[in-house]
Design a protein around this ligand. Sequence first.
Ligand code: KET
Length: 433
Amino acid sequence: MASMAAISRGLLKRRGIVRSPAAVAGLGARSMASWFGHVEPAAKDPILGVTEAFLADPSPDKVNVGVGAYRDDNGKPVVLECVREAERRIAGHLNMEYLPMGGSINMIAESLKLAYGEDSEFIKDKKIAAVQALSGTGACRLFADFQKRFLPDSQIYIPIPTWSNHHNIWRDACVPQRTFRYYHPETRGLDFASLMDDIKNAPNGSFFLLHACAHNPTGVDPSEEQWREISHQFKVKNHFPFFDMAYQGFASGDPEKDAKAIRIFLEDGHLIGCAQSYAKNMGLYGQRVGCLSILCEDELQAVAVKSQLQQIARPMYSNPPVHGALIVSTILGDPELKSLWLREVKGMADRIIGMRKALRDNLEKLGSPLSWEHVTNQIGMFCYSGMTPEQVDRLTNEFHIYMTRNGRISMAGVTTGNVGYLANAIHEVTKSA
Ligand code: KET
């Protein structure tokens, strides 16, 4: 029987990789390169690429309002007090064994209470299949893979515009994408009529990706009344709502209020999916801690669904990391730390709301001929400014202000110290528009 080495040599020869020693001596570098010679550099990520460019800029004036990461009023990353205290309590007391494939049971239990409500009957009846996920991105991706595996003919309806990575996630899971409208470019607000039309016109039983609150990148959310109408129409059409809830607490300052859309759908008897992230609302960005849940018809179905989610995770990363999950379960499992967290989330949301007002006031004081009402009407981490890619390029090239080319400003990066500079630059590039 041919040895493995001989087989692979044969393979390499057929690919023209292995040559005579003389040829190898002359062609060493090139022949090695030919394995990956066809690999072109990937396109820069529209969000994380902005951070790379910001870091490379030596200007002392530079401002980063690209990535959605909260900064304090001095522009510094924030570690919440509740997180610091949880870390003190954890330190030195716990082992570092693997978590179960589905992740931390306590973290999941607390996450479900946040999303579905403290006294949710669905939790009591064990109807929810839930696993710890690699933050919000990982939760979305697990769901997309699950969708592909068990409903291989389904599609996903994605709002336009949305977080750019949603497109990548469902693309890589090989789920065909359709889009639906909700944003009105002229008013920079909600286009409710088009939203309802697109829900009605989608084939019955379609999957829809919905932002639970603080819609990225627009900051444009339906009102409670509009959510009720949306939920009703989903019922009529038998659509499946998948909520991406990356900003619970960041919209209103109150995680309960920000879960309202989900609660409305639950009241109306929908089965739902939900991706939760603690990146923003606990500031645990790099810890990669989140939760994917799917509300099922009964406990039996939930057990089956959970086991399949675990099976999707096993060959990818086996089981999720332990530290971030411990921080979350320590905070949410302790009434005192939880109330500290709630105060801190509100503090972050309030600072952002204050910066919206400051940015608008500054632009109006500069005598901008444009309306900036949308800056304060939109909600959450982002302001979808309406600036064009060319105007954004000018902000970057002339003023060292870094943001995504779709005109999204991460309000979380705006501070008392830079809001005047930012407003002035925005005024300069938009005043002749
Ligand atoms: N969903 C939405 C809507 C979202 O904006 C983000 C992150 C995520 C999920 C994922 O977050 P995670 O860190 O995986 O829990 N958005 C910001 C960061 C990024 O692009 O990764 C952003 O839009 O800037």
